[in-house]
Design a protein around this ligand. Structure first.
Ligand code: 5GP
Length: 177
């Protein structure tokens, strides 16, 4: 079955270039600190894997899963955090790696969760930022690309659990949704 996209929004090589830039910036910001990098499953898996390989500092990694309730293309304010963590959080510098910050409810809930666990410092690195739809006061510390209010898939992001394996980011045709 062929993919039917409206357009490719961000090409593979553009993502690769930006991830390297983010990796350099994060490495220089955390030279003197021990950093725990958190992959927020499932959407940030490809971004996370590329980002940690672009870091020039030693880091620990861990995983967390967040599920939100809402329609198929937008989230509600209710977010559940399924804790898969095995690393100690108390006193740690933590970097949350997210695919998209949209309303901001998901990342805010996760940020609060890590603060409640006693993290020393929690920052957010998102691949995509959709500021038009923000409903919280969240501002990512690191952001790959700011995009308009369009539903995107690929590079980890899904629609009905499909398209996560695409190496680029695309906008689905209305008929595909
Ligand atoms: P928020 O809680 O900020 O509204 O939504 C964040 C989560 O909603 C993201 O982690 C992602 O899972 C999902 N999401 C938001 N916008 C999009 C989008 O355009 N495409 C996909 N595939 N997921 C999205």
């Amino acid at each position: 079955m062929a993919f039917d996209f409206e357009k490719i929004l961000i090409e593979k090589h553009t993502i690769e270039k930006r991830v390297i830039e983010l990796g350099k910036k994060i490495s220089s910001d955390y030279t003197d600190k021990e950093l725990l990098v958190i992959c927020i499953l499932k959407g940030s898996i490809l971004f996370f894997a590329d980002l940690i390989r672009s870091l020039s500092i030693p880091v620990k990694i861990d995983f967390i899963k967040a599920s939100s309730y809402g329609t198929r293309t937008s989230t509600s304010g209710e977010v559940k955090v399924n804790d898969l963590l095995s690393e100690k959080i108390k006193g740690q510098s933590v970097l949350l790696v997210e695919d998209i910050v949209d309303s901001g409810f998901t990342i805010k809930r996760i940020l609060d969760f890590f603060m409640e666990q006693g993290a020393a410092d929690v920052r957010v690195c998102t691949l995509l930022d959709k500021p038009d739809r923000r409903a919280t006061d969240i501002k990512p510390d690191y952001s790959g690309f700011t995009i308009p209010d369009e539903f995107v898939v690929g590079y980890g992001m899904d629609f009905d659990q499909k398209y996560r394996n695409l190496p680029y980011i695309a906008v689905l045709k209305e008929t595909e949704k």
